[in-house]
Design a protein around this ligand. Structure first.
Ligand code: GRF
Length: 220
């Protein structure tokens, strides 16, 4: 069997997606292992989660770097030193530069709390509510140089309920994030993902196109 995919998870805050990934790795639900967790915010819960899971955790405060590119060069050297195959942004509140992207071409994933390309940026849930959409959700996508604009790998839909607040909708979306991020990583681990321009082709487990993976059904 191929060796597990080595993940570098980048987080800034609570780290609940990080936790979902760590849990999926340790339960062997995905053929991956967390090689390192990198966090830019001192004291973030994500660092504690990494320590609890006995995964190497690195605090790399961005304030110590004048330019984004310098910061990303530090990220790249950390990730390379741990032989990371796939970089997973999990609530990492930084815009990444070509320095990181060119070191890991089509090997950087992000999760975003909206059905992209709708509502990119910082407040995806709030924007979706304000726009009055009836269905929102979350997206795992490859990262490119834009904001939440890279090729889409998996999405899950979450209905907007009458009287929803931003917090309530965000919490229901987060549950789906925890489900689809490990799924997305597993697809990459199985070598079933090919990026073709803006589109991602996902082949079936045996490479059989007739059994090609389809996105999870709409949750109600
Ligand atoms: C999630 O909503 C994710 O989609 C967004 O930031 C949030 C991170 O949450 N990019 P957590 O730190 O994983 O709990």
């Amino acid at each position: 069997m191929a060796r597990p995919l080595r993940l570098g998870v980048l987080a800034s805050g609570t780290g609940s997606n990080l936790q979902a990934i760590l849990d999926a790795c340790s339960a062997r639900r995905i053929a991956a292992e967390a090689a390192v967790v990198i966090c830019n915010i001192p004291g973030a819960r994500a660092l504690q989660r990494a320590a609890e899971a006995r995964v190497p955790a690195v605090l790399l405060p961005h304030r110590e770097h004048a330019r984004r590119e310098d910061y990303d060069a530090r990220l790249v050297s950390e990730l390379r030193s741990r032989s990371v195959d796939l970089v997973c942004l999990a609530g990492f509140m930084r815009i990444v530069t070509p320095v990181l992207l060119s070191a890991f071409p089509q090997r950087v994933l992000n999760i975003h709390p909206s059905l992209l390309p709708g509502f990119p940026g910082m407040h995806g849930v709030r924007q979706a509510l304000r726009a009055g959409v009836r269905v929102s959700g979350c997206t795992v996508h490859f990262v490119d140089e834009g904001t939440d604009s890279g090729p889409i790998l998996i999405q899950a839909a979450v209905p907007v309920l009458e009287g929803d607040t931003e917090e309530a909708l965000a919490a229901r979306i987060l549950l789906q994030e925890h489900r689809i991020y490990p799924q997305a990583i597993q697809l990459v681990a199985e070598g079933r993902v090919a990026v073709e321009g803006q589109r991602v082709r996902i082949s079936g487990p045996s490479g059989d196109p007739a059994r090609a993976f389809s996105s999870p059904p709409v949750e109600t």
